[in-house]
Design a protein around this ligand. Structure first.
Ligand code: AGP
Length: 607
């Protein structure tokens, strides 16, 4: 998730682009850059670090350009370095391109372009676009972009400029793009907040559409060239609401970004024939077959993602698998040798306890794979291979979209290992992957049920304690549901494997205690049902979150929330979303600071 901006008009582009980038920094902040056209020259300024670094770089320049584009990057392909920062150029320095999204087929395209003599200067997927457009450019920039895009698979919002023309050409598939209309000037951005100070009249591009911006106007068309007529909309948001995309809090925005986060994480990484492609991982079949045990290593919410993977992978990989908490693992004496695989899961890639566990594992000869969201973070640098989640930056302290993205990445990694080890047949792998591919749609469906969760929040927000129960794949989700509620609302909550309730927590249950029970139709359905009866016998309040509604459950549960039935690999994902929403809405009703709960930090880099 990067931020892109563009300006064409009469004013100095530099200041407008920098201000717009500052407003988009929440979308990505590991590097930033500008491309400006001045006196027929293409000038590029770019630098690793926040937009402030770029500002420093251009502070003493007297740039009069009135046409330019800018980018704030959240790295997906290639580390956050000066070279990988956008804009990217063609070989001749005529064109500049900025991009938000992922070009799925960049590797074969890059090889093809290199074979024809193109020189690449970055590790990014984006640079292929500059060279592709270069090949198609014969004086008409719009036509060059249109022709080049025919070769591209993936998701993109792009803006392209050329030193030979007074225009910005933009296009989108799967990544947002908005155009702001001014008087004698026009603007372009990934999102409304970037251009809100300059105009309130906006045009929204849909997938498969292009725009050509000049100072005098904006022309829209579909990729095949047919023109589109569209009325602009007037946006009345205040600037703070705008940055949160119209949501009251980043946490809520990020909960709603989960379909996209999962889509971006799985995009281009599997085939429905049962194959998984993970470009930053180079694990030979021989090495995979040699693995004798696996540890999934993480902290907090990421640990619960590891616990989900443990349940799934046991079945897929037929190996001893442990899910380990970083702070425990680092001081324990786990069995590790060169046939051990350690999978370190971390949104930030900087969590001190997980990093210490990685170092211990490496010292003892294990192979380490990182599953991380931040490109170039410490854990990814020390690991032997990486599977990135492509959730984009998460601003809310509570992990939400990065958790579901981790579940998706771990499902891919599990199938990858299973196929390489020969434990998963192509048909079984294909079945799992086809289930996973419907994840974004299923997440959209569950998000539409937010008003029902809000009603539950209104009913229970003043309770002092909650218990969350689940078994099997829903055991980690019960733990995560309790963690979210604690973090966001400060309500005391316990998450338990439902079968353990009788060994202690049952003593807590009385008529005041809401017990959230997660129920799916699997091999332990009857057992979970028996646990519900045990809660009811102690007069507890049962809130059943279930994908299996029947007369029995209707009889015993005080509240039922229906979750869509999905393939097994998606069950944890669809069950966690209403629990995130429950925590969020209870937090809001209790007046807590949901984006920055007390005592917590987004990334725990100390012991
Ligand atoms: C979850 O909401 C918390 N923010 C926390 O438990 C977090 O998951 C944990 O600190 C691990 O962080 P990481 O994924 O960046 O390693």
């Amino acid at each position: 998730m990067c931020g892109i901006v563009g300006y064409i008009g009469r004013r100095r582009a530099k200041e407008i682009l920098l201000e717009s980038l500052r407003r988009l920094e929440y979308r990505g902040y590991d590097s930033a850059g500008l491309a400006l056209i001045e006196d027929g020259r293409l000038l590029i300024f770019k630098r690793a670090g926040k937009v402030a670094e770029l500002e420093g770089m251009v502070a003493n320049t007297d740039l009069q350009a009135t046409l330019g584009i800018g980018h704030s990057r959240w790295a997906t392909h290639g580390r956050p370095t000066d070279e990988n920062a956008h804009p990217h150029q063609d070989c001749q320095g005529r064109l500049a391109v900025i991009h938000n999204g992922i070009i799925e087929n960049y590797l074969p395209l890059k090889q093809e372009l290199q074979a024809r003599g193109h020189k690449f200067t970055s590790e990014t997927d984006t640079e292929v676009l500059a060279h592709l457009f270069e090949e198609c450019y014969h004086g008409d920039l719009e036509e060059a972009v249109r022709a080049g895009l025919k070769r591209v698979k993936g998701a993109f919002a792009i803006a392209v400029i050329s030193k030979d023309s007074e225009e910005i050409v933009a296009a989108r598939v799967g990544s947002p793009l908005v155009i702001g209309l001014g008087e004698g000037e026009n603007f372009l951005a990934s999102d409304i907040p970037a251009i809100l100070p300059y105009t309130r009249r906006m045009l929204f591009l849909n997938d498969g559409e292009m725009a050509v911006l000049t100072a005098a106007g904006v022309r829209l068309s579909i990729f095949s060239g047919e023109p589109i007529a569209r009325e602009p909309r007037r946006i009345d948001w205040d600037p703070v609401t705008a940055q949160k995309g119209g949501y009251k809090h980043f946490m809520l925005k990020e909960i709603h970004e989960q379909p996209q986060a999962v889509e971006d994480t799985i995009r281009g990484r599997y085939s429905l024939e049962g194959e998984v492609f993970l470009e930053e991982l180079d694990l030979s079949a021989q090495k995979a077959k040699g693995i004798r045990n696996i540890y999934l290593l993480a902290c907090g919410t990421s640990f619960y993602a590891g616990l989900v993977a443990k349940y799934l992978w046991q079945d897929w990989l037929k190996l001893p698998i442990g899910a380990e908490i970083g702070s425990e693992f680092r001081y324990s004496d786990p069995y590790i040798d060169e046939k051990t695989l350690v999978v370190a899961i971390s949104q930030s890639g900087e969590t001190a306890d997980t990093l210490a566990g990685v170092r211990k594992a490496k010292e003892r000869g294990a192979t380490v794979i990182a599953v991380a969201n931040v490109v170039g973070s410490s854990i990814t640098r020390e690991a032997d291979g990486v599977v990135y989640t492509h959730a984009g930056p998460e601003i809310g302290v509570a992990s939400t979209k990065t958790f579901t993205a981790q579940l998706a990445a771990l499902a891919l990694l599990g199938v990858y290992l299973g196929r390489r080890r020969g434990e998963l047949s192509p048909s079984r792998a294909s079945e799992i992957l086809s289930g996973l591919s419907s994840g974004p749609r299923q997440l959209e469906a569950i998000l539409r049920k937010e008003p029902e969760v809000q009603a539950l929040a209104r009913r229970f927000y003043d309770k002092p304690d909650f218990l969350f129960l689940g078994r099997d794949l829903l055991h980690p989700i019960a733990l995560e549901g309790a963690l979210k509620l604690k973090e966001i609302s400060y309500i005391h909550a316990e998450g338990y494997p439902a079968g353990e309730m009788k060994h202690g927590p049952i003593a807590l249950i009385d008529e005041e205690m809401p017990v959230v029970v997660l129920v799916t139709k699997n091999s332990v359905y009857d057992k979970v049902f028996a646990n519900i009866e045990e809660v009811k016998a102690r007069k507890g309040i049962v809130l059943a979150f279930t994908d299996e509604i029947n007369k029995e459950i209707e009889k015993v549960a005080d509240q039922i929330f229906e979750v869509p039935q999905t393939p097994e690999v998606l069950t944890p994902m669809v069950f966690v979303v209403p629990l995130q929403l429950l925590a969020y809405h209870i937090g809001v009703l209790r007046g807590t600071d949901v984006d920055q709960p007390r005592n917590l930090a987004k990334s725990v880099t100390v012991e």
